[in-house]
Design a protein around this ligand. Structure first.
Ligand code: FAD
Length: 315
């Protein structure tokens, strides 16, 4: 009988779980709805300009994560952010390098959007848009929790009531990201600007970061309050609302803009466990809403999930 574990989502948590499982000889397949890898570790190209549009850097505190990061440093996929006053790491040449490194040699099916997960006897039947059905012995959901719950609801899967109500509390704030090119030289400091107030909360120059070698390309992240209020606006309208604040921060005019809407940007609560495995369902949950709302938290959640599954497989 096929013994595959299907992981839904090729973000940090899903990919590191898949890699850790594969290293130990487990059969694993990752299904990702997007063409690109990395989920919220995303990089976007617009003409000659290249932007890290989600996570901008990551921090490393846990020794286990540190050991993975050390390996990525050796092969040049990440480096400390040069000249940064903080201990921050960035992907090389961009944040998705980490995801690409993890996915190397792992069976990852991109452009595979899961629409429904149904329990059929002892197995899972996973409906994938335009690709029919995939069967699996086990499923791990790493999509943002509201999206995972929608997939289970579509398949008529009823989780234990207490656990379902814990999951319903795991909500996220949105983030509108403006990806802009400039009319003049950028004056942002090398490792970006974080602001505690205002509509623009983060600004970084992807050219100085090495992400966009040809063109000054600035990523702006707007506050959760602003992003919630103006989520449905178009890019020109959003830009007009923040233009003067943004241009003052950057020290140059904005020449062009592309908007990316992150609906589930930042996990607002963290589950008590770094991952959850339901043996009776052969179903797992991992991601930053379990391990903590950062890249490192997502990685630690994925690694915890892999450990839990390996214990299950060895029974
Ligand atoms: C704007 C922004 C800025 C951030 N800045 C930082 C930062 O500077 N430092 C930091 O440490 N963290 C930052 N974060 C948080 C960090 O990016 C996340 O905590 C982490 O990347 C989450 O990883 P994950 O694997 O849990 O989820 P995700 O990266 O969201 O991965 C989930 C994956 O599931 C896929 N998926 C969803 N539904 C389906 C489906 N139906 N079928 C198939 N696939 C599906 C998604 O496409 C995605 O690839 C930022 C996040 C955002 C959005």
């Amino acid at each position: 009988m096929d013994n595959t574990t299907v992981i839904i989502g090729a973000g940090m948590s899903g990919l590191i779980a898949a890699k850790a499982l594969q290293i130990e000889g487990a059969q694993v397949m990752v299904l990702e709805k997007s063409r690109g890898l990395g989920g919220r570790l995303a990089t976007k190209r617009v003409g000659d300009a290249v932007f890290d549009q989600g996570a901008q850097y990551f921090t490393v505190k846990d020794p286990l994560f540190e050991s993975w990061v050390a390996g990525w440093q050796v092969i040049g996929a990440v480096s400390p952010w040069p000249e940064s006053a903080h201990r921050r790491f960035i992907g090389r040449p961009s944040m998705t390098a980490v995801a690409k490194t993890l996915a190397d040699g792992v069976e990852v099916k991109r452009d595979h959007k899961v629409t429904k997960i149904t329990r059929v006897g002892e197995r899972w039947c996973i409906e994938v848009e335009n690709h029919g059905y995939i069967c699996a012995a086990r499923v791990v959901l790493t999509s943002p929790v509201p999206q995972s719950l929608a997939l289970l609801a579509a398949g008529g899967v009823e989780l234990p009531a207490e656990f379902a109500s814990e999951l319903a509390k795991l909500t996220y704030s949105p983030c509108l990201a403006l990806l802009v090119t400039l009319t003049g030289p950028c004056r942002l400091p090398v490792d970006g600007v974080t602001k505690a107030e205002g509509d623009v909360r983060w600004a970084a120059d992807n050219q100085r970061k090495g992400v966009s070698p040809l063109v000054a390309a600035v990523t702006l992240h707007l506050s959760a309050e602003f992003s919630t209020r103006h989520y449905g606006l178009g890019e020109a309208e959003v830009l007009e609302l923040v233009r003067s604040e943004a241009e003052q921060l950057i020290g140059a005019g904005i020449a062009s803009v592309t908007l990316h809407r992150w609906k589930f940007a930042h996990a607002l609560a963290t589950h008590a466990e770094p991952c959850v495995w339901l043996p009776e369902f052969k179903l797992g949950f991992a991601g930053d809403a379990f391990g903590g709302p950062r890249v490192e938290g997502a990685a630690l959640s994925g690694l915890a999930m892999a450990r839990r599954l390996l214990a299950e497989l060895r029974k």
